[in-house]
Design a binder for this molecule. Structure first.
Ligand code: HEM
Length: 298
């Protein structure tokens, strides 16, 4: 039995840090693996660290096997000129705890080891905003799977290659809060598909077919395409939004939700949320199980 990296399911953190790297693969592999080994064996104390690899990086570092569905993120062209860029990179670290100082100590240690073997392309801090709200003011995570359902949604099952690991999607979304806040609360609720104050799902005729919930709450052949979301707000006064971070047992679940959000479906509908926020980065990753990570770095 292979076990997911602990930090994936550790809830209760309110300070987050995200690092995305491009590895210099012209270096000897032992040099790269040695740097990663040092990072993974860092004394983390109360900080959680999740490590995930892009397809090409995993191919090179672990040529013996790769998870069936792992792909590079391909840019998507949606309706009305809405786009998702691909900024696929090699290595993703998610650092989180209840203390920004402790996170930052670990981030500096990681960067110290990584600077010899890779270029840091994304360097971003996130935080819990009020009671787990997105910067739009809506609670984010209400329909997330709970308890054992989290692993069913977020972890590759036992009989598959990469079992105990997860497929991961990360996207840095930048919000246009001025435009969103221009809407009445009722209009905003129609965009999201839930009430703003209490996050109650709209029902019947109240729920638009192009709300965010309608476009992402998907069933295929009667099976709910659940994912386990761990996103958080980030930013400054001038640029802010949501760092979308999610784990799944199948990469197809992300693809179908993104296609429905961006109107790449026969019904021609798209998610109203993309009128108020846009993705600046997008990568798919593989977060191996604890055992497969140890095996890679032994
Ligand atoms: C600007 C970016 C985004 C924002 C602000 C946002 C915000 C929200 C909010 C407020 C909810 C309702 C509460 C909840 O159940 O968590 C929600 C639900 C959800 N979102 Fe997002 N989201 C964003 C992007 C995405 C993306 C890119 C995906 C998928 C690739 C996604 C997948 C989902 C799913 C699966 C649900 C639950 C639907 C359900 O079963 O009711 N979201 N999101």
């Amino acid at each position: 039995m292979r076990n997911p990296q602990k930090g994936i399911f550790q809830e209760g953190s309110n300070k987050f840090y995200y690092l995305e790297y491009k590895i210099n693969f012209s270096l000897p592999l032992p040099t790269i693996l040695n740097a990663l080994r040092k990072i993974v064996s860092t004394n983390l104390k109360e900080v959680n660290l999740v490590t995930a690899f892009g397809k090409q990086a995993w191919n090179i570092l672990q040529p013996n096997w790769q998870p069936d569905e792992l792909i590079d993120f391909k840019a998507l062209k949606g309706v009305k000129n809405y786009k998702i860029p691909s900024t696929q990179l090699d290595l993703f670290f998610w650092i989180h705890s209840q203390d920004h100082n402790s996170n930052f100590d670990i981030v500096l240690e990681i960067q110290d080891k990584m600077s010899d073997i890779a270029v840091l392309e994304l360097d971003l801090a996130g935080f819990t905003y009020h009671d787990s709200r997105d910067l739009t003011g809506f609670i984010d995570g209400s329909a997330n799977p709970k308890e054992d359902d989290r692993q069913l949604a977020g972890v590759i099952p036992e009989n598959q290659i990469g079992a105990g690991g997860s497929y991961v999607l990360t996207q840095k979304w930048v919000h246009n809060l001025k435009a969103f806040n221009h809407l009445s609360t009722q209009q905003q609720e129609k965009v999201v598909g839930r009430t703003k104050e209490d996050s109650i799902e709209l029902e019947g005729d109240e729920m638009p077919l192009d709300s965010h919930v309608s476009r992402t709450d998907v069933k295929v052949d009667g099976k709910a395409m659940k994912i386990y979301r761990r996103s958080a707000p980030y930013g400054s006064v001038t640029e802010h939004g949501l760092y979308f971070l999610s784990f799944a047992c199948e990469i197809a679940r992300f693809k179908i939700q993104l296609e429905r959000m961006f109107g790449i479906t026969e019904d021609g509908l798209y998610d109203k949320i993309i009128e108020y926020s846009k993705p600046l980065t997008s990568s798919y990753w593989f977060a191996p199980s604890i055992e497969d990570l140890e095996d890679l770095l032994k």
